[in-house]
Ligand binder design. Structure first.
Ligand code: WT7
Length: 647
């Protein structure tokens, strides 16, 4: 259980920011005197217009933690302006298009100018400090420009992943209540177009508050146009002035809102405050990736996810790095794409998700070894547990045993990496996210909130505040408190199961709530079930996860039709289509089992835990079914379960 160990090479250790001894000392100091530690780091990593009064106030008990109170700063200033003196001509954004022949490079000076212009464009559209702006974009430089332009003028960006459907976009636009959307006419992915503007049109059909849609022209194809509401990005930018002062923001002013799935109901708008988030994004990017000036850093995450925010955009730009923005996918034009991009741009740090690694591994080593990968120095992974075999392949084949792998555990809510090996400071264990980052105090606890012994599985909590933590859930403080601080008073409940071994290495097992991870994307059972219930033929539904060789998890639905409805292959197809339409193509049901009823507690709650066991054919210990309203239901469900396909 404490696993195989891989030491870090002496060569790597010699150039690393942190040695093993330093880690222990720094970590101890960071949790003993967090205010002093974070105060010093905040000054080192961020430029403040005005210093804070207090590093840290509030507590988990009261769910009112606040960092760097009264401190003034601006995110865009920190990502751009302060670098101009020393690295105006260094490439900030290295954009690799879907088609390998398309490359764009923006220096810090150029990016700064574009951001200032767009900031002025937004101001001319009467956007003010505190207004929310929705960004629904492909992975093109303008997406980053849009985020930073919002930050520059104090507007709060809410990026919605371009793979989400019109309905999912609509729900997010309505919740965040924005007047302006920035999008592109189309996106490009593996040679195919994605109709972003069309989705926006559909999403805002009955959202009268959206008065303006700014459209970047990514392809030459025409799209429907509303002359009153829609404007071309390039037209507005043409005569926009280049000077745009960076707004003085309070450390506690929200920088962005990002929607993520909870176990039930609709997605929640995670709010990150400017001060703490920036400090944490910068420092974790620097230490976890052992970032050095001159590195070419590539995080494959889309900006629609937190990984894209913290480690494609903010972290690398705060540290004055060159960040690769990749529009395409790992399998296009062929399975060598990632490794070709690494050779082409001399990428030194590569950070991706286990699902991508699994998919590439399946195609065989030749796609990897065809490329040189000499520039690579460090590899990273995030989003779900990485299976030790997959880890070893990544380490041996991709990294040629030369590159440490940082397996980073964190969440949309945590803002940045929380548990991850500091490369150079500790040996690696395949499948373990290793040890906590500075200032982070994780623990594995039982149902009563007591620490469990080494090796025993329990629930993962965080015992002390850290600067990257979310500020609240947008317009829903109650859900913020209930979801994270109620189960274990005084602790932050992560929603994951984990073990901690005798060497103090953490092994994350997976979610302990009804959140699913499909290809690393977070989906809530409740949200999927609502999408099914939207169909006139359906009376009840429950969705659980089953293992999938590439996606990690795939979706297994138990569906009860209304009394007068016959079941059919056609209905199955409709349901699959409907969930994709309401959420997005990532939400594709893999299995649908028809049933007459669902197992429920006497109070009427669907017992998803039991359903998960049935779907997984894990029938030995079905647990306590004594609370079941109708035990007969379970026998029928077992009898009719669908055999999982070999994928
Ligand atoms: C959930 C958070 C934070 C970036 C992307 C995901 C799972 C994340 C790991 C890892 C095992 C992981 C957890 C967590 N997770 N990283 N290295 N090992 N599990 O953000 O979409 O908010 O999902 O992803 O279950 O709770 P997210």
């Amino acid at each position: 259980m404490s696993g195989k160990e891989y030491p870090i090479s002496t060569e790597f250790v010699q150039q690393a920011h942190v040695t093993p001894e330093q880690y222990d000392a720094l970590y101890a100091q960071s949790i003993r005197a967090p205010k002093q530690f974070w105060g010093e780091k905040a000054l080192k990593f961020i430029t403040w217009f005005k210093p804070w009064n207090e590093v840290l106030t509030g507590s988990f008990e009261k769910a009112n933690v606040s960092w760097f109170q009264e401190g003034k700063l601006n995110a865009a200033y920190n990502c751009l302006d302060r670098h101009l003196e020393t690295r105006a001509n260094q490439v900030a954004i290295l954009w690799e298009g879907d088609d390998p022949s398309e490359v764009r490079k923006l220096t810090y000076a150029e990016l700064h100018e574009e951001v200032c212009r767009l900031g002025n464009v937004l101001k001319k559209q009467r956007i003010k400090k505190g207004d929310r702006i929705c960004i629904y974009m492909p992975m093109i430089p303008e997406a980053v420009i849009a985020m930073l332009a919002c930050a520059r003028i104090g507007a709060i960006h809410s990026v919605v992943f371009g793979g989400f459907s019109a309905d999912a976009l609509k729900a997010r636009i309505e919740d965040v209540d924005c007047h302006l959307v920035i999008t592109a006419n189309e996106g490009l992915r593996a040679g195919k177009t994605i109709s972003l503007k069309k989705n926006v049109d559909e999403a805002i059909q009955d959202c009268p508050q959206v008065q303006r849609v700014i459209v970047v022209k990514r392809t030459e194809n025409a799209v429907p146009w509303n002359a009153v509401r829609d404007v071309w990005y390039h037209d507005l930018m043409a005569d926009a002035p280049k000077q745009c002062p960076a707004e003085m923001m309070d450390a506690s002013d929200p920088l962005f809102i990002l929607y993520t799935s909870g176990s039930t109901g609709k997605p929640k708008g995670i709010v990150h405050a400017t001060g703490g988030y920036l400090v944490y994004a910068a420092i974790t990017h620097y230490y976890v990736f052992d970032y050095h000036a001159g590195d070419i850093y590539w995080c494959t995450a889309d900006i629609g996810w937190i990984t894209g925010h913290s480690y494609t955009v903010y972290g690398p730009l705060l540290n004055g790095g060159t960040t690769v923005i990749f529009e395409g996918v790992p399998h296009y034009p062929d399975f060598s794409r990632c490794w070709d991009v690494i050779d082409k741009h001399r990428v030194t740090i590569f950070y991706t998700a286990p699902t991508a690694i699994r998919a590439l591994r399946r195609e065989g080593d030749a796609w990897v070894t065809r490329a040189e990968r000499h520039s690579l120095k460090l590899l990273g992974t995030v989003g779900e547990p990485i299976n030790p075999d997959v880890w070893e392949w990544y380490y041996n084949v991709v990294g040629e045993k030369r590159c440490p792998i940082v397996d980073t555990w964190w969440q949309t809510e945590t803002g940045g990496a929380m548990i991850a090996p500091l490369p150079g400071a500790m040996p690696l264990k395949p499948g373990s996210a290793a040890k906590p980052f500075f200032g982070v105090v994780p623990a594995v606890v039982d149902e009563q909130g007591h620490d469990v012994p080494a090796g025993v599985m329990g629930k993962l909590v965080i015992k002390q505040p850290w600067p990257g933590m979310m500020q609240t859930i947008y317009k829903n403080r109650e859900r913020f408190i209930d979801g994270y601080f109620k189960e274990f008073p005084g602790y932050y409940a992560a929603g994951d199961d984990a073990r901690c071994d005798a060497d103090n290495y953490f092994w994350i097992v997976g979610r302990n709530d009804d959140v699913l991870k499909v290809s690393g994307h977070r989906l809530g059972s409740g949200e999927l079930e609502s999408a099914l219930l939207h169909h006139a033929a359906i009376s009840e539904a429950a969705v659980v996860g089953v293992p999938h060789a590439v996606k990690g998890e795939s979706l297994y639905a138990f569906v009860v039709t209304k009394a007068d409805v016959g079941i059919s292959e056609q209905l199955k197809k409709e349901l699959i289509q409907q969930v994709r339409r309401l959420i997005g193509p990532i939400a594709t049901l893999e299995y649908i089992q028809w049933t007459d009823g669902l197992p429920k507690t006497r109070s009427g709650k669907i017992m998803r835990r039991l359903l998960r066991k049935i779907a997984n054919n894990d029938l030995k210990e079905l647990g306590d079914v004594s609370t079941l309203a109708d035990p007969q239901v379970v026998d029928n469900l077992i009898k009719n379960r669908i055999d999982l396909r070999d994928v």
